[in-house]
Design a protein around this ligand. Structure first.
Ligand SMILES: NC(=O)c1ccc[n+]([C@@H]2O[C@H](COP(=O)([O-])OP(=O)(O)OC[C@H]3O[C@@H](n4cnc5c(N)ncnc54)[C@H](O)[C@@H]3O)[C@@H](O)[C@H]2O)c1
Ligand SMILES: [Fe+2]
Length: 382
């Protein structure tokens, strides 16, 4: 079967990348932007790094910031109304996955109003038109939502998150500037960085992996393992390396899928508002142990990319164990909790397992699974 790869039309990387936002808009003839972001990013002065440039260029814009972490159907609906009332003709998404995902859903619905209920976008939605022209500016490193064809929305009523997969939602332009990430506190840097590592590893072992995605994922694993600790200490090299590493992971997993770590993480955020990266990081070693026998030599390659010494000389079993140990060590070094004891309530486990099994990321897992087996995985961490 032929492989499809979808990427941004243009992306900018490195310090000063945000200087390209205004020229990208004016050269295309856009006149007014809806800036989609969240309230904390306004408070911390992150959004003003971009809006100062818009002001300087007298480029017209309005701000929509009614977006919570793990964004909801309501956040999307009010964003659509904000776009329509603003008279904007393009979107600038500034934020982590929450703001960028909301902006993607807004841009899709504005141009495909038959999906205005939002829920009908779950899975692969047959939208006909590309989303409103969007420039995505990530402020976490992270989700890589600026280069993925996915977005994740929370259905508060049904207590679940749902994943939407649609090549029409990819932002045309991504502006990946490490200076937009430097205000992240340590815990957020660690959690979002471990989300990126989870993307790279799950994407590398997923059923749909191909040579092109392998290339992205191995390089992402290398960069993230090398730079996450530095990013948590807010070093410029650490921030730069993580900005790039998380984006490269997105170039891969967006095109080939993920696995049960993400399926299981989504339920935790829907039920307890657990930050997505924290959920992924706690579940990753358990997911790796569960999948180990279904991955051939792949964990050895992951371990090698992570810099595990002597891994070429190890037996397959030893190499797998050493790789999982390296993941656990990185997670511990950046302060991620080791289990779900403080998060999951025992009475929710069955519901969580059923939600994870039904999640869009589940079929990509290298090992075929079941509700019962997922239930056992949650319980092993409680
Ligand atoms: N689209 C995709 O492909 C994809 C992939 C993975 C995850 N996701 C989704 O993305 C969401 C998580 O996104 P996230 O982990 O980037 O976090 P987030 O967007 O939810 O942000 C979390 C908090 O961090 C704050 N924050 C963000 N950047 C900051 C900065 N530079 N300085 C200070 N504070 C900052 C935000 O204001 C917010 O309060 C989840 O809903 C998850 O399901 C999407
Ligand atoms: Fe993720």
């Amino acid at each position: 079967m032929a492989t499809r790869i979808v990427l941004n039309t243009i992306s900018y990387h490195g310090k000063g990348a945000i200087e390209h936002i205004v020229p990208e808009l004016t050269s295309r003839g856009y006149g007014k932007a809806l800036v989609c972001t969240d309230p904390d990013l306004i408070r911390f002065g992150v959004v003003s790094k971009v809006t100062d440039l818009l002001d300087k260029a007298a480029f017209s814009y309005e701000v929509y910031s009614d977006i919570k972490a793990n964004p909801t159907i309501e956040n999307v609906k009010s964003g659509v109304a904000a776009f329509q009332n603003s008279g904007a003709d393009c979107i600038i998404a500034i934020g982590g996955g929450s703001a960028m995902d909301t902006a993607k859903a807004v841009g899709i619905i504005v141009n495909n109003p038959e999906f205005a209920d939002v829920r009908s976008l779950e899975g692969v939605a047959p939208t006909k038109k590309h989303a409103v022209f969007t420039i995505a500016v990530p402020t976490t490193a992270g989700t890589a939502a600026e280069v993925t064809i996915n977005y994740v929305i929370t259905d508060v009523e049904k207590k679940r998150k749902f994943v939407c997969v649609d090549a029409n939602d990819i932002p045309e332009v991504a502006v990946v500037d490490p200076d937009m990430m430097s205000s992240m506190p340590k815990g957020l840097t660690a959690a979002t960085g471990m989300d990126a590592l989870t993307h790279a590893i799950e994407g590398y072992i997923t059923k749909g992996a191909c040579e092109i995605s392998d290339m992205f994922h191995l390089e992402a694993i290398r960069l993230i393992s090398q730079h996450l600790r530095g990013a948590v200490e807010n070093t410029p090299e650490g921030r730069e390396g993580m900005a790039l590493g998380q984006y490269i992971a997105g170039m891969g997993f967006s095109n080939v899928g993920l696995g049960i770590v993400h399926s299981m993480a989504h339920g935790l955020s829907a039920l307890y508002d657990t930050p997505h990266g924290v959920a992924c990081a706690i579940l990753l070693p358990t997911g790796l142990e569960y999948n180990a026998d279904y991955t051939g030599e792949r964990y050895r390659a992951v371990g090698k990319a992570m810099g595990v010494e002597g891994i070429d000389q190890m037996s397959l079993e030893e190499a797998r164990a050493a790789t999982i140990a390296a993941v656990k060590q990185l997670s511990a070094d950046v302060g991620i909790p080791a289990d779900l004891k403080e998060i999951v309530k025992p009475e929710d486990v069955r519901f969580l397992a059923e939600s994870a099994f039904a999640d869009a990321c589940c079929p990509g897992n290298p090992r075929d699974t079941s509700v019962e087996e997922i239930e056992a995985l949650y319980k092993s961490l409680m």
